[in-house]
Ligand binder design. Sequence first.
Ligand code: NCD
Length: 358
Amino acid sequence: MVRDGRVMKRGKIEVDMAWGQQDRARGARAIAGAGGRPYSLQPVSSDPSPVFAQRHLLGIEHLAREEIVALLDLAEEAVTISRQVEKKRTTLRGRTQINLFFEPSTRTQSSFELAGKRLGADVMNMSVGTSSVKKGETLIDTAMTLNAMRPDILVVRHHQAGAVHLLARKVDCSVVNAGDGAHEHPTQALLDALTIRRNLGRLEGLTVAICGDILHSRVARSNILLLSKLGAYVRVVGPSTLMPADVERMGVEVAHDMRSGLKDADIVMMLRLQRERMSGAFVPSAREYFHYFGLDEEKLGYAKPSALVMHPGPMNRGIEIDTAVADSAQSLIREQVEMGVAVRMAVLEALARNIPNA
Ligand code: NCD
């Protein structure tokens, strides 16, 4: 089939045979991927069936086990794509994705941006520093203004728990929660699960120790929900000042020292001290905190010898984690970042399949 001066063949674009010899060579170079291979303009997966039934991804709480597994499987395909020279897919071609961040973020925002771009979306980043929120506009006014610009997907981070849910009820497009206060951070939990599954082959039956500032952590909350749904044993470890009062109700074990908390752990997941969410003194000093709860070689020795170390970032080296451990062969921290892009591609692709085309 010939369209727009190009020959369409089995979903791939090839150079129009009617072009002159020279033009053809130039055209081929322009559209060729590495090694002269043509771009394969396809979605992430050849199977377009729905991954989950929802219009938004607001949290792990409302996802079924099967939906989580389907997202992780789709993310595996996105890992393969992201490791190729040619990373571009067409799932979001023609779609507009707005990343609306009311809290500073480096890795999550750039990860969502790359994920959207790899799927062919037009991605716009909007952070609070440059918006009218500084001038007093409310969250909903900002959301409605952006809504009027007809985006297809809004990726939202906000410092208040529940803000993203509220926003999702007001707009017409799909909404992804990129972290709301101390509530949920679903794509972080998904990328953590993907990283664990790729390294240990499963989640079921593993012991995962989540350590540090549990009280203020949306990462801990989303991970507890996800890991429990997938059959892992979760233990939360930290000082009582940083432990939510009724955390046992989430079905986790609680430990207040690293020796008992890390016992037999397959995964040691460290959390950042969320100082920006603390009003008052939750820990005596960074030095003392590191002494009791910072992960160093000695404390890691309480876990299984094969234990793997994780941290969502940004890390406070020397406060919650020692540099030697963070950079050791047991650390999955950099792999988590790579998996972040893949998981976000999977989430965006899954949502795109549910967006009406008309
Ligand atoms: C986490 C977050 O923002 O909740 N970081 C992230 O997503 N890159 C964890 C944290 O900030 O400590």
